[in-house]
Write a protein that binds this ligand. Structure first.
Ligand SMILES: *Cc1c(COP(=O)(O)O)cnc(C)c1O
Length: 403
């Protein structure tokens, strides 16, 4: 217990660095508001009122703790190791993102802010943040590339139903990068009444630390539940990685334990730039979106185009803590491509009655391969979200297999 405290408490350092990764590479105008968030967080994360209010929200509004589930049928089908799921798909709104969005909303409330502001790619962070804003009675403004608005229209409507304003980013390629620029620009106009809320363990300090801390509930619950259920620790824990928040959440619970940790990267449809979003596998060191990490970049050092069938994991960089943990050998990289993800989507649905998000299906697919090769091991997968949002896309593009 003491040891576990020591890793999470000593990483990142006070400037937000995990080894050489992380930090805050931001324009001078942003330094003051980001320092304000850091100081407020340092204080509130030790405050009894803040902690007990967050605990109550998690229990009564989000539905935590989420259960651990043993996949008896799927494990038998694979015929190897035993597969377990941490059911983050059972969170309110159907994914892990609300774990940090509610905590960010509560922080904004304690800081006396009136509006939450953020960018979104596929719209999932936008929906979770709009939910938190409705709960706390805050305004919400989500910046989204015009191209993504067309592609992910159901999420745009969801945000609007929840009372958020969706602002299209109309310059450049009109996708995530432009949405980030546009959101920062709007935030800079008024940092007194607005709070910026990042959607993963990425961005400038303090967000990689804060979001990890907010997600660590997943790992702390899972560790206790797993020991309760089986009497032991799992041998291996796997999670899909986009920015890396659901993975850091579950890893946090096991970071000091003799447990193998696998972050599963999306291999998309090939190994050329633009065909995948496996940042740690193919990337190199660089600064993007305000932090130093391993990223996929073009010749000019700009973010490269990326692809994954899981729209929440097609991100050209990775949270700095993942870059660090991988560099010191504490975590491993797993892989899964689009086809394998769709296969796991159907397998988990047909063998267990659980339809996973295509992002989460990456971790399930990897766990199935790993289980086949490691018959004596127990494997815990973070099932980051449910697949309802992916159903239309899957049935339009794939035949439903016979069981
Ligand atoms: C957004 C999302 C992800 C990817 O985000 P991380 O920060 O990498 O966890 C994974 N799964 C689901 C269901 C998501 O909505």
């Amino acid at each position: 217990m003491e040891l576990k405290k020591s890793y999470l408490e000593s990483h990142p350092d006070e400037n937000g660095f995990f080894g050489k990764f992380g930090g805050a590479f931001i324009p001078p105008q942003l330094e003051k508001p980001f320092n304000e968030i850091t100081q407020a967080y340092n204080k509130l994360s030790k405050s009894h009122d803040y902690i007990s209010e967050l605990r109550s929200i998690r229990k009564h509004y989000q539905g935590r703790p989420t259960p651990i589930y043993y996949c008896k049928n799927l494990s038998e089908f694979v015929g190897g190791g035993q597969i377990y799921l941490k059911r983050e798909d059972l969170n309110h709104t159907g994914a892990h993102k609300l774990n940090h969005c509610m905590a960010e909303g509560l922080l904004a409330k304690y800081l006396g802010k009136k509006k939450l502001i953020a960018e979104t790619g596929a719209g999932q962070h936008g929906v979770a943040l709009a939910t938190a804003a409705a709960y706390f009675g805050l305004e919400c403004e989500i910046h989204m590339g015009e191209v993504d608005i067309k592609k992910e229209y159901p999420n745009v409507v969801r945000m609007q139903i929840l009372g958020a304003k969706v602002v299209p980013a109309t310059h450049g390629l009109k996708t995530l990068k432009e949405a980030v620029d546009s959101a920062f620009e709007a935030y800079l106009k008024d940092t007194d009444t607005q709070m910026f809320a990042i959607g993963s363990v990425v961005g400038p300090h303090p967000f990689p630390k804060m979001v990890r801390d907010f997600q660590s509930i997943v790992g702390f619950e899972a560790r206790e539940q797993f020991i309760d259920m089986t009497g032991n620790l799992p041998d291996m824990v796997a999670a899909c990685v986009g920015g890396g928040s659901n993975a850091m959440g579950i890893f946090s619970g096991f970071i000091e334990d003799p447990v193998k940790l696998y972050g599963v990267e999306p291999m998309g449809k090939g190994d050329k730039i633009g065909e995948h979003s496996a940042s740690l596998t193919y990337g190199k060191e660089g600064v993007m979106h305000g932090f130093n990490s391993i990223m996929l970049s073009n010749e000019n050092g700009e973010p490269a185009p990326v692809h994954s069938i899981g729209s929440g994991i097609d991100y050209p960089s990775i949270g700095p803590e993942h870059a660090y943990l991988n560099s010191i050998g504490r975590t491993n990289i797993g892989h899964c491509n689009d086809e394998e993800s769709v296969d796991a989507f159907f397998k988990l649905s047909q063998h267990e009655g659980i339809i996973p998000a295509l992002e989460s299906a990456h971790a399930v697919a990897f766990a199935m391969q790993y289980a086949a090769q490691n018959p004596n091991e127990s494997i815990l997968v973070n099932l980051s979200g449910r697949g309802d949002k992916d159903i239309d896309f899957v049935v339009e593009n794939y035949d439903i297999p016979k069981k």
